[in-house]
Design a protein around this ligand. Structure first.
Ligand code: NAD
Ligand code: LMR
Length: 329
């Protein structure tokens, strides 16, 4: 193994999502099939023993890509030299909760972690927040890392994007690979706006193929937006493997590049495009290459789309205000 390993920090290493995610990483699904990785796993003190068990299982996979495993309950250690930080560790919601109910409990995790990334991560660090409420937790972490460019911080909206792809493929009988240019705007919450108005299916406008506005507005959008809750109801626990899959997809595509002619949805810092207040972490369609993203510009919205976008932005602004009042931003 001559190549220098990429240092990948994962928080919540003993949790459910990490239990899928780590095994994807050691199979090369994050940074590529030939690139060695050093895993830097962060947990809280009571979960360190469980984390050791996870590390034993990683060892037992005998993956040629694993150069080293570091475990710590100190973010300053876990993020030291990290090129990639996957911030997964946070409490999941239970039945009957909204993701924003987690703001106070989880928000406090992301201020010290942002600070530790600021102080110790590698100069080329890329950060993805999966822990909920993911958009606003990203805002908190970014606020506490003033020396790290804001564009390095992204939040997970890829699960919503993948859910939308899958629902649209089912409705139309198309292969997911035939669908291009889906977008999910706004918050990773029930107010999000999964948008097929710019999408194509095998080159044809998706709205023409679907030809069913009622389905789009009253079935597709709520099914995608409320999917996390539906999984909690059915499984008794929040999505884990699909969340790990989306976390790996997001970071892989950010590093390696989005497919030609297609978009990926990421929660990114608004640059004011589409009237979205600057600085909010908002789901938007992006193209990516070499660890950088560009927000897709110049898209038109219907009156329905404008109202959906306004509602999800209002919720993000409320969350920002709530964490401001908690002293976190
Ligand atoms: P989990 O409870 O199984 O695991 C969370 C782990 O994080 C636990 O092991 C816990 O000890 C650890 N942890 C808690 N505080 C920590 C801290 N300060 N530092 C390091 N580790 C810490 O939960 P899970 O199912 O793995 O979900 C993790 C988070 O991801 C939840 O907030 C969940 O809501 C969220 N999630 C987000 C998406 C998304 O699309 N954005 C999808 C699914 C789940
Ligand atoms: C999801 O979308 O599955 C996660 O955010 C978990 C949740 O609370 O819905």
């Amino acid at each position: 193994m001559s190549q220098a390993p990429v240092k990948v920090a994962v928080t919540g290493g003993a949790g459910h999502i990490a239990y899928s995610l780590l095994f994807r990483i050691i199979q090369g699904q994050l940074v590529g099939p030939d690139t060695p990785v050093e895993l830097r796993l962060l947990e809280i003190a009571p979960a360190m023993k469980a984390l050791e068990g996870v590390a034993m299982e990683i060892d037992d996979c005998a993956s040629p890509l694993v150069s080293n495993i570091v475990m710590s309950d100190d973010p300053n250690v876990a993020f030291d030299g990290a090129n990639i930080c996957l911030l997964v560790g946070a409490r999941p919601r239970g039945k009957g909760m909204n993701r924003s109910d987690l703001l106070a409990a989880n928000g406090a995790i992301f201020a010290p972690q942002g600070q530790a990334i600021n102080d110790h991560a590698a100069d080329d660090v890329r950060i993805l927040v999966t822990g909920n409420p993911a958009n606003t937790n990203t805002l908190i972490a970014r606020t506490h890392a003033p020396d790290v460019p804001a564009t390095r911080f992204t939040s997970l909206m890829r699960l919503d994007h993948n859910r939308a792809l899958s629902q649209l493929a089912k409705k139309t009988g198309a292969a997911v690979t035939d669908i291009r240019k889906l977008a999910v705007w706004g918050n990773h919450s029930d107010t999000q706006y999964p948008d097929i108005t710019h999408a194509t299916i095998a080159g044809r406008p998706a709205v023409e193929v679907v030809n069913d506005t009622n389905w789009m507005e009253n079935e597709f959008i709520p099914t995608v937006a409320k999917r996390g809750g539906a999984i909690i109801d059915a499984r008794g626990a929040s999505s884990a493997t699909s969340a790990a899959n989306a976390t790996a997809d997001h970071m892989h595509d950010l590093l390696v590049g989005s497919p030609a002619g297609d978009w990926v949805t990421m929660g990114v810092t608004s640059d004011g495009s589409y009237g979205i207040p600057e600085g909010l972490i908002c789901g938007m369609p992006c193209t990516t290459s070499n660890g950088e993203y560009e927000i897709v510009q110049g898209l038109e919205f219907s009156a329905f789309g404008k109202a959906k976008l306004a509602a999800t932005i209002a919720e993000l602004e409320n969350e920002r205000q709530a964490v401001h009042e908690l002293g976190l931003v």
